[in-house]
Write a new protein. Structure first.
Length: 287
């Protein structure tokens, strides 16, 4: 991925996880069918395209509430990065979503497929956000930084759509078929999105972003677009919580900790989202 975007701008860095954190990451990866590997930039691009193809096949198999434009955005990230690498633009998506068609409602099996494949695409988009943020930080000019942030906006938007897509099936299917698989003995107690490895590194990247961009970028239009896209990304998580009963119920993690604060899962997700977005916005105000 670094070679595809900016071979001399981006540096890999990050602390080693403690064993307990690594165990949580590994459990989360195993549940969603994620395999981790190290390799050249092409490996990431191929994985992203595979995730997009998987999503396009799912869209062809089962009806979607996303608009045609949203479905196109959902599967366009890999094409955008390949166009960047080849220094040519406007070539269109390599992965095209299917046209609107009549499809039967999702059953338990197709709901499981959508939940997991949608999350895998979401994870790939989170990786892309982290890398494009890093490219922006290490770019040499304000124009280059803003250009990389445009890619970050694209992936924030597509990640939000991936989250909505992953939950795009009847709530009763979640209650009956999916939620039980995220409880013991299938996984450890308190299974949570906080175990998402890619979000862990994304948060680290966001924590340093606002202080390391040039002032003209932090105060500019592209950065504001990035903040808005990040808000939409976290709002999509709240949407999923609410869709599957989070307005009245606690999350699996809250249930496992026996927390009795009167806070629902959706409210906790809103609090967390607000914290992340306010922290980033505060840096822009300070700059």
């Amino acid at each position: 991925m670094r070679q595809a975007l900016a071979p001399d701008h981006y540096e890999t860095a990050g602390p080693q996880e403690a064993p307990s954190l690594e165990d949580a990451f590994s459990e989360h990866d195993a549940f969603f069918g994620v395999a981790r590997a190290h390799g050249p930039a092409d490996l990431f691009l191929r994985a992203l395209l595979v995730a997009e193809i998987d999503t396009a096949l799912d869209l062809a198999r089962t009806a979607s509430s996303l608009s045609p434009a949203e479905r196109s955005t959902l599967v366009s990230g890999g094409s955008a990065l390949l166009c960047h690498r080849r220094a040519r633009h406007g070539s269109g998506n390599l992965v095209r979503p299917p046209e609107d068609r009549t499809a039967p409602p999702a059953d338990e099996h197709t709901a499981q497929l959508r939940w997991k494949s949608g999350h895998r695409l979401f994870f790939a988009h989170l990786q892309a956000i982290t890398v494009t943020c890093g490219c922006a930080v290490h770019a040499r000019t304000a124009a280059e930084q803003a250009a990389y942030l445009e890619y970050t906006v694209l992936f924030c938007t597509s990640a939000a759509l991936a989250m909505r897509h992953a939950a795009d099936f009847a709530p009763e299917l979640y209650v009956r078929s999916i939620r039980p698989t995220m409880t013991p003995p299938h996984v450890g107690s308190g299974f949570s999105g906080l175990q998402t490895r890619d979000h862990y590194y994304l948060v680290q990247s966001l924590d340093s972003l606002g202080t390391r961009l040039l002032p003209d970028v932090v105060g500019g239009t592209t950065y504001r677009k990035f903040e808005e896209a990040l808000e939409r990304l976290y709002a999509a998580h709240v949407h999923v919580c609410r869709r599957f009963g989070g307005d009245t119920n606690a999350s699996l993690r809250m249930e496992a900790s026996k927390e009795d604060s009167g806070t629902t899962g959706a409210e906790r997700a809103r609090q967390y989202a607000g914290l992340r977005v306010r922290k980033l916005g505060g840096r822009r105000s300070a700059a």
